[in-house]
Write a protein that binds this ligand. Structure first.
Ligand SMILES: OC[C@H]1O[C@H](O[C@H]2O[C@H](CO)[C@@H](O)[C@H](O)[C@H]2O)[C@H](O)[C@@H](O)[C@@H]1O
Length: 549
């Protein structure tokens, strides 16, 4: 039996190796060039560890049967179920019994799996509490203590406590955590901030990068790289010890730049793209090109109507999830069709601004440690990235940053991502003034700043406003002296969140912000979620700065 299990595990790993090899777009990098560029051992290093198979890998046709049978309304429910016994035994039992009279899938699943707990679903908020009190009282509800890993479950155990967003999101999320930490600092929870950062440092050591979230099915990708901003937050808020993360920052950088040195002009490999002038910029990527476990039904459906090779669509959907903007007109060739998604063909302005911050932070901490060589090396990388961004992502005519479609060699859409270069202070004062004007005239609404100008039915588009985008816009503007606009947006956003809180006594993931009366946001592939980690974080920070609305 043991040998049998080992063979299955090996077979699955080989499948992943093959996936990685064939998943590379031949137009981007030919196979023999790739082998020359990346020696074999390094490629194998990028694979998930053998104990990190996803539920789709483990349950094979049982997984597909569950996802297609609609026994759970949300595609994420089954991947989050923990098995009651060895998955291989479950699969064997399934194969043996599925055609027998009286077999029902729902009953089989309930007998063999623990369904996910919804920790905060029984939380009742106290309407007499102010917004600030409500948020401070919610931190313990959204906190998960380190726990033993349930064998074969998709949840990756973490060494320290962490905050989850809430609702269906019962695991930690990379970029959410930074915006959550802003509020934790304001609530005097430096202890939790440290735990969260240590968890991410631990994941860098264990997996070589910070995954989208602590689930096996999130290991193939990361999310907007904000670890450097977390480290900086420590210094600002007096939590000592930011310097000890230098090695982790450098390791995260190596993940994002993997393969870059061997790229010829116009070639791409994983997250890196060599531009026509020889400069290097980055894109979002996922090492897999299969339907996402947590959105399996949706992805299969999208690919079916795309008229494109399914694996290409899956990769672009996964890369879109890595961007944190899942989904948005930013990644679509045709704004009315998710199937036209081309995330891997875009050089995103926010991703490159975050990497500029990472390079600058490595340079700064190297200087503090007396490493002059490291300091100059990373200063130079940051300078080069800023130049390349100005060349390819800056739109002089409309005065804003835009994503760049490197395959078509054309600018993409303007969005609130244009504010990230201001947030990380890579824009010139002249560029910042023009971006401020573009935001004021094109994205400002009664309730805050829109993600984009386009109404597509996707959640990272009009009419939705999101907490992380408000925060980076407010602070980005203020960093360049546009205080009046920044303060105005802060008040609009506080008012939005408070209006809904007064009626419903909860904070949510995103808001509909185009009308004078704010309401809950919508759109996208899953229903609106309550909680909500990053909204709480940003609002708590703004209350500290501006007072209660
Ligand atoms: O289940 C679908 C997708 O859900 C996540 O994305 C959304 O929620 C995250 C947690 O708040 C947030 O970080 C992201 O910006 C949202 O769009 C998840 O991150 C995706 O990977 C997943 O496929």
């Amino acid at each position: 039996m043991l040998n049998q299990k080992l063979n299955v595990t090996r077979a699955l790993n080989l499948e992943v190796v093959e996936e990685l090899i064939y998943a590379l777009d031949p137009c981007e990098l030919k196979l023999d060039e790739m082998i020359e560029a990346e020696p074999e051992p390094e490629m194998i290093e990028g694979l998930p560890a053998s104990d990190a198979l996803t539920p789709a890998d483990r349950y094979l046709e049982l997984f597909e049967h569950v996802q297609t049978s609609h026994i759970f309304a949300d595609s994420k429910t089954f991947p989050d179920c923990a098995p009651k016994m060895d998955p291989l035994d479950i699969l064997i039992r399934y194969r043996r019994t599925r055609r027998q009279p009286g077999f029902t899938l729902r009953q089989f699943i309930e007998e063999h799996f623990w369904l996910p707990e919804t920790h905060n679903s029984d939380y009742i908020s106290d309407p007499s509490r102010s917004l600030k009190e409500h948020i401070d009282n919610l931190w313990p509800v959204l906190t998960r203590e380190p726990q033993d890993h349930i064998p074969w479950s998709s949840l990756l155990a973490l060494p320290q406590a962490y905050i989850v967003p809430g609702g269906r999101f019962s695991e930690t999320y990379y970029w959410d955590s930074y915006f959550t930490m802003l509020g934790l600092a304001e609530s005097g929870r430096g202890d939790l901030m440290r735990c969260i950062a240590d968890n991410f440092a631990w994941m860098i050591e264990k997996y070589g990068h910070i995954p989208n979230g602590n689930r096996t099915y999130y290991l193939g990708r990361s999310q907007p790289p904000v670890f450097a901003l977390m480290v900086e937050l420590f210094e600002e808020d007096g939590v000592r010890g930011a310097r000890r993360y230098l090695d982790h920052l450098r390791q995260e950088y190596a993940y994002w730049m993997d393969g870059a040195q061997s790229l010829l002009l116009n070639q791409a490999y994983r997250h890196t793209v060599r531009m026509p002038d020889g400069s290097l910029l980055n894109r979002y990527w996922d090492d897999r090109d299969t339907p996402r476990d947590e959105a399996w039904r949706e992805d299969v459906e999208t690919a079916r109507h795309s008229g494109r090779p399914a694996n290409e669509v899956y990769r672009d959907l996964r890369a879109g999830a890595a961007s944190g903007w899942d989904y948005s007109s930013r990644w679509l060739r045709d704004c009315s069709r998710l199937a036209s998604i081309r995330t891997t063909q875009f050089i995103p302005v926010d991703l490159n601004a975050f990497l500029y911050k990472l390079e600058s932070t490595i340079a700064n901490i190297s200087a503090l440690r007396g490493d002059k060589y490291g300091q100059e090396l990373f200063r130079q990388k940051a300078r080069a990235r800023r130049q390349a961004m100005t060349r390819y992502l800056w739109d002089e005519e409309s005065g804003c940053y835009r994503d760049y479609d490197w395959r078509r060699q054309a600018l993409g859409l303007f969005s609130a991502a244009s504010m990230v270069p201001l947030y990380v202070e890579l824009a010139t004062p002249e560029q910042a003034a023009r971006v401020a004007e573009a935001v004021r005239t094109r994205l400002l609404t009664p309730g805050g700043v829109l993600a984009t100008e386009y109404e597509t039915g996707e959640q990272w588009d009009k009419p939705n406003g999101w907490a992380p985008l408000q925060w980076m816009t407010i602070q980005g503007l203020k960093r360049y002296g546009h205080d009046a606009l920044g303060d105005d947006i802060a008040h609009r956003w506080l008012n939005t969140v408070n209006q809904v809180y007064q009626k419903q006594h909860k904070l949510v993931e995103k808001y509909h912000i185009t009308n004078n009366t704010a309401c809950e946001g919508g759109g996208g592939e899953y229903p609106l979620q309550d909680g909500f980690g990053w909204t709480n974080g940003v609002v708590r920070r703004l209350i500290g700065l501006y007072g209660e609305p």
